[in-house]
Every structure is written in C-alpha cells, then in structure tokens.
Design a protein around this ligand. Structure first.
Ligand code: SAH
Length: 348
C-alpha cells in the first residue's frame, strides 16, 4: 500500500485497480491520511476556508431514495424563506467576516430565476463569493445566474454507477445530471461535485470510478460524505456508509486532485464527534458553518442528527475559529477561490 500511496503523492495519478486496492485495504490507514495531509499542505496550504451555508428552502419535487427532503416525505414542515430573510442572514454572515455565501435548497420552482438573480445581486453588493447548490437547471438558467453574480456551483453526481443512480433517483436522469455539470463548466463556474459513500449496493469499484470521474472533470470543489439512513425514507433500514471509508475516499481524492477545495462535510461530522478534525487532517481544507435559523434548520433534515456547526452568534463563530487554530491551521482571510482555474475551453 505504501508504494501506491507514494506514487499518488508524487504523480497524482492512480488506476482504477490501484484505487480499489486502497479502498479495500482493511489495515490501518494512517499512512494514506498523512500523505493526503501532506499534499493538502503543499498545494493549498494551511488555510481553512469558511463558507456560510444558508439552507433557504426545503421544498423539493424530486424523490431521491436517501433524502429526507424527497417530495413523498410528509413528516417535515416545508419552508421557503423570503428573499429579504435570505439576504438578512447573508449580511449577518458577512458581518462576522465570511467571504463566501452558499445558498442551498431542494429542487422546485418556488424561486424563479429572476428572484434568485435579485437575491444574488443584493448579496454581491458586498465583496463576497456566491456558491449555489440548488440542483438541476437548464443552460440558460445557469447562464443568467452566472451573469448576475453567482461564482460557484455545487452539484454532486452522487454516484457515477448509472444503474445505481437510476435506482436511487427514480424521477431523475443520469445524462441530465452530467449535462448540468458540463454546462456549469462551460459557463466558467467553479464547479463542485461529489458522491455519497456507502449507498446500498455501491461497490469499491464504483467509488474508484467516482474518484477518476472527479479527476477527469478536473473539478474545483469536492463534497464527499457518508450516506446516513433517514427513517423518513425508503432506505431507512439500510446500513449506511462508514466514516473510515468516507475518509479514505476523501484522502485519495486529495492525492489525485491536489488543488481542489474539499470540505469536512456535515455528514462526516455527524458520524464522528472528531469528524471535522480527522477530515481536516486527511485532505480537507474547507468548513461550511451553518447559518440557517434553528427553526428552519430542524426541517432541512436530509438525514437524522444533521446539526451542522451552529455559528449564528459571534461567540460561537469565534469558538470555531479558535478550534481551527488549535488544530494548527489558519483561517482563510480571502474568498478562497480555487487555485485550480476552470479550464472551460475544454468544454466548449
Ligand atoms: N437539491 C440540491 C441540494 C441537495 S442537498 C442538489 O440536488 O444538488 C445536498 C446533498 O445532501 C446531496 O447532494 C446529497 O448528497 C446529500 N444527502 C441527501 N440525503 C442524504 C443522506 N441521507 N445522507 C447523507 N447525505 C445526504
């Protein structure tokens, strides 16, 4: 394993079989995590970039089998924040010093493109970056959002195994999700994708293919996290993904995409009390503190116990910063743009 890891650390390339061998290895993974940590430090430095997450709506017309926001779930109260309210939360985060606002929601037509553009324009009056995580749109819609100030877009492919994708997303279409990612690249967004780790029937071969897909797409951001079974979904009795496997996928992704921005995701923090620190020490360089008001947040339940890091007050935000410094890291002071420039020409 050490030879493989050293190869990845210097060449940033591995074959599918080599990635699978690393994922299947059941001994200690310290050497892998240390190598990923070294590559992270060498390529993107010690800064941890903080992104303010605002979950502005939980209404959704999709039926993703794993997700608590799926349209069939009648056990949660649905909400759509008013644009004014979204802007107010964003301003609060900006006052605390955050330089990136992430707007995330389920997928429906409650907010038309014009409304979204108004919200973006208002927030862009301050010198910050905006990341959208609002699902599938058409090229024209993505284009308008970009023209009005959106800088980045997160859209996980969830799994590159087409058969599994179809099973998990009965109302959706794999080709369209791919089309979205290519459109976003073409439009010059910083693009983020990623996978759910430990979906039922997902194999390590398929996870190896996911990692090679991230590399081929040369994405700027990667969101990776364990699948956590939600009791309000059809997958409630499934096993769920392991923390260790998720950490390995994160570490190998860092070795292969040295310049990517990779968060320690909320799902990783949910599975292990030490999850944030372990992820930061295995390749992650981003944290996305949650700024959604508690009364809404409790209904944005993708999966159970999704608390996220609550930093709605200055004190809690300062505590988070102190913790990062105690981990031996520094706080990113700028927007934390990706150093991996979107080579959009390749996609035209
Ligand atoms: N509608 C947007 C945002 C989805 S929510 C979109 O489609 O991009 C953000 C992410 O939460 C999803 O991409 C999915 O990977 C994750 N998620 C949903 N349900 C989950 C679960 N049960 N366990 C872990 N992560 C989950």
């Amino acid at each position: 394993m050490e030879t493989l890891i050293k190869k990845a650390q210097t060449t940033h390339n591995l074959t599918k079989e080599e990635i699978k061998a690393l994922l299947d290895y059941d001994g200690r993974n310290d050497f892998l995590f240390e190598a990923a940590n070294e590559v992270r430090k060498r390529f993107v430095g010690d800064d941890v970039h903080l992104r303010a997450l605002i979950e502005f709506s939980n209404t959704c017309s999709n039926s993703c089998l794993y997700c608590g926001l799926r349209v069939q779930n009648q056990e949660i109260e649905r909400y759509n924040m008013e644009p004014k309210q979204i802007i107010k939360i964003a301003k609060h985060a900006i006052e605390l010093g955050l330089k990136t606002i992430v707007l995330q929601s389920g997928e429906d037509k409650v907010y038309d493109t014009e409304t979204l553009c108004e919200i973006i324009k208002e927030i862009k009056k301050y010198d910050v970056a905006i990341t959208l995580s609002i699902g599938e749109k058409n090229f024209e819609e993505y284009k308008k959002l970009k023209e009005n100030g959106a800088d980045r877009f997160l859209l996980r492919i969830e799994t590159t195994d087409e058969k599994l994708y179809k099973k998990m997303h009965p109302a959706m279409n794999f080709e369209n999700r791919m089309r979205c990612l290519h459109d976003l690249k073409k439009l010059g967004y910083e693009v983020g994708t990623g996978s759910l780790i430990g979906l039922p029937e997902q194999t390590t071969t398929s996870l190896a293919e996911d990692i090679l897909f991230f590399k081929k797409m040369n994405v700027q951001m990667l969101g990776l996290g364990p699948f956590i079974p939600n009791p309000q979904t059809p997958l409630k009795n499934e096993a769920g993904g392991s923390f260790e496997l998720s950490l390995k996928v994160l570490a190998i992704s860092r070795l292969l995409l040295p310049l990517a921005n990779i968060p320690a995701t909320t799902a990783m923090e949910t599975l292990s009390s030490n999850g944030r620190r372990l992820a930061l020490n295995a390749g992650a360089n981003v944290i996305m503190p949650n700024f959604t008001d508690d009364n809404y947040r409790k209904n944005y339940n993708l999966y159970p116990n999704k608390n996220g890091i609550n930093v709605s007050t200055k004190e809690s935000f300062n505590d988070l910063k102190k913790l990062i410094i105690a981990f031996g890291r520094t706080i990113g002071q700028d927007k934390g743009n990706s150093r991996n420039v979107n080579d959009q020409q390749t996609y035209n």
